[in-house]
Write a protein that binds this ligand. Sequence first.
Ligand code: BTN
Length: 324
Amino acid sequence: MGLRPLLSILSSGEYFSGVLLGEKLGVSRTAIWKMMAKIEELGVDVECVKGKGYRVKGGLDLIEKDIVNRLCCRDQVAFCDVLLDVESTSSYLMEKMARNALADNVFGFCLSERQTKGRGRRGRQWVSPFGQNIYLSASYFFPGDVSGLAGLSLSIGIAIAELLMDVGVSGVQLKWPNDLIIGGKKLGGILVELSGEMTQGCMVSIGIGLNVGMRASEIDTIDQPWASLIEEGVSIRRSQLAAKLIEDIVAAVTQFNERGFAEFFPLWQQYDYLKGKQLAVVGADISGIGAGINESGEMLIQSNGQIISVNAGEVSVRVATNSD
Ligand code: BTN
């Protein structure tokens, strides 16, 4: 038996004796004990109190496959795999797509409760503890030339920022090219990767990490200022957020494939975190003031009276500190 039925029972946050759990699931107490050990290996903090039984203090907000599938659009979504544990949802989808290609205009999705090798941009790790955040990847076949994908990740960022505004999260900003920011801290990130024969189209994977329920008191392994929705006072069921994300990604990619970045471009201005800030381009001897983006999605920097454009594939930009 998989761990999901047991996790679902424990998600209430109540105590359950081993006997009761065994009865509910039709397995022995020893089997329950072994399953508890596996649940702990996932990083779930299971309390075991003599005379009371097991509980997960505070309960769990699990991603319910049924809720996600019921709430999200159907016809363009071939599948949405909801996993408990995976190295990386993006790697998982890339491997799955390499075995079984998707038809045009159809998307495959993967969500996981935890990632053990979550990947961020520039080879960084994406910290992905169990049951707290959204780790979501989308994959689809893009039939055109890869140059037609410039601006895709910015468009996805805009779609997510708008979604968050819709569900009541105010003050979300976008740090070019791929960071979701709130209160000056990183709330999420987007990783677009391509695979396959670039000459005849390619498979696109869009990976989204969004901090939802992660508590600063429990995480000390992230080397930059970060935020989560819960720390911002926003409480939202992850299943609902995941379903909305799936819908909005399908809509944004469809719009992008049909009409490119043009319709997203004016929306960037209202979320632009870097505009007017003193910036330094990492790996290049460029510094200046953030001056928005151009219609191709390149970052513009005003430097020594000139406007310089920088490309997301080549450089990354950081807000300069006093010591720069
Ligand atoms: C960034 O560095 O800002 C991008 C982070 C992207 C993380 C997501 S989580 C889901 C998907 N799977 C991964 O391994 N990475 C992306």
